[in-house]
Design a protein around this ligand. Structure first.
Ligand SMILES: Nc1ncnc2c1ncn2[C@@H]1O[C@H](COP(=O)(O)OP(=O)(O)O)[C@@H](O)[C@H]1O
Ligand SMILES: Cc1ncsc1CCOP(=O)(O)O
Ligand SMILES: [Mg+2]
Length: 285
């Protein structure tokens, strides 16, 4: 699947404009903190702690609920759902598909994090079943997005990316067009596209790659921003902007090590305001 990214129509001026993104982020951040949306997470064992703490810090209400006997009931009163295939097993896949199908039926936005897509047949089959349930957003690293899009060149090392987001940009656009999902590809540059619009943000810090589950927790934050009536593309841009700026600022607070960075990052997410995001967000061509 290949698409020339230069064929994407020009980004509407407002969406590529730092001030406009900053103002929009501020509105969405305030709304999220007021609503404190319940975010239903079916996520991996590694990411549960960071995802829950990151969601609490940003102002959402997390719940980690994965038993097949209760996911359909639970998602029905949630603001959004995130499904993350990081530590997969057959019963979990059935619960994920049931939850995704229920979310789809009820119009509840949901995010797919295709951790390790392309690595094994089990993962690829799970991704295919989940994509059939029409995720609102797919968020992955570059190797994962190349794999989900069926594009050549994915070079993952397990759950870590061996590709840059630039390498996955065309695949992200093609995947968005083919699936109807907003696609977020992360890396040194984060790319958000709905197949028509595309925004690239260069915040974050390399220390984020040395703390496990930062990508998983971003997928949960995207879900929090999707809760409530919303343009999924704008909500995803806001989530990525807030997360990236918090990461960049946290690197100043930490002593250079990943463990202090993790703590500083959660603290930054809890304190971050619209002004900081508007001031610091880095939009790239
Ligand atoms: N080289 C980098 N410089 C700055 N931020 C990065 C870098 N690589 C990843 N990030 C940030 O780390 C977070 C997780 O992204 P990524 O590592 O691509 O996902 P995953 O953890 O799923 O592999 C994102 O917020 C992304 O912006
Ligand atoms: C290490 C690991 N193994 C299975 S899931 C997981 C966490 C992956 O987190 P992220 O995708 O955010 O790097
Ligand atoms: Mg990941």
């Amino acid at each position: 699947m290949t698409t020339d990214p230069t064929s994407i129509p020009a980004i509407p001026a407002a969406a590529s404009d730092v001030a406009a993104i900053g103002a929009d982020v501020g509105r969405r951040l305030a709304a999220l903190r007021l609503a404190r949306p319940l975010v239903h997470n079916i996520t991996n064992y590694v990411a549960m702690d960071l995802s829950a703490n990151v969601l609490l810090a940003i102002g959402a209400s997390p719940a980690m609920v994965h038993a097949i006997e209760e996911v359909e009931e639970f998602v029905a009163f949630s603001g959004a759902l995130v499904i993350n295939i990081g530590t997969l097993s057959a019963p979990w896949i059935d619960a994920m598909v049931a939850a995704a199908a229920a979310a789809r039926r009820k119009g509840i936005p949901w995010v797919l994090d295709p951790v390790g897509a392309g690595a094994t047949t089990l993962r690829d089959r799970a991704v295919a079943r989940l994509m059939a349930e029409k995720p609102t957003v797919v968020r992955g690293n570059a190797s994962e997005i190349l794999a989900v899009a069926g594009a050549a060149g994915a070079a993952a090392k397990g759950v870590d990316s061996g590709n840059s987001s630039d390498e996955a940009r065309a695949a992200a656009v093609a995947l968005a067009r083919a699936s109807g999902a907003v696609v977020v590809v992360t890396g040194a540059v984060d790319v958000i596209t709905d197949g028509t619009r595309l925004v690239a943000l260069a915040d974050g810090d390399p220390l984020m790659t040395r703390v496990t589950a930062t990508g998983c927790a971003l997928s949960a934050v995207v879900a929090a921003f999707l809760a409530g009536p919303s343009d999924a593309f704008a909500a995803a841009v806001a989530a990525v902007a807030v997360y990236g700026v918090a990461g960049r600022l946290a690197a100043f607070d930490a002593d250079g090590g990943p463990a202090t960075f993790r703590t500083a990052f959660v603290d930054r997410l809890a304190r971050i305001g619209a002004e900081e995001v508007a001031f610091a967000v880095t939009v790239v061509p």
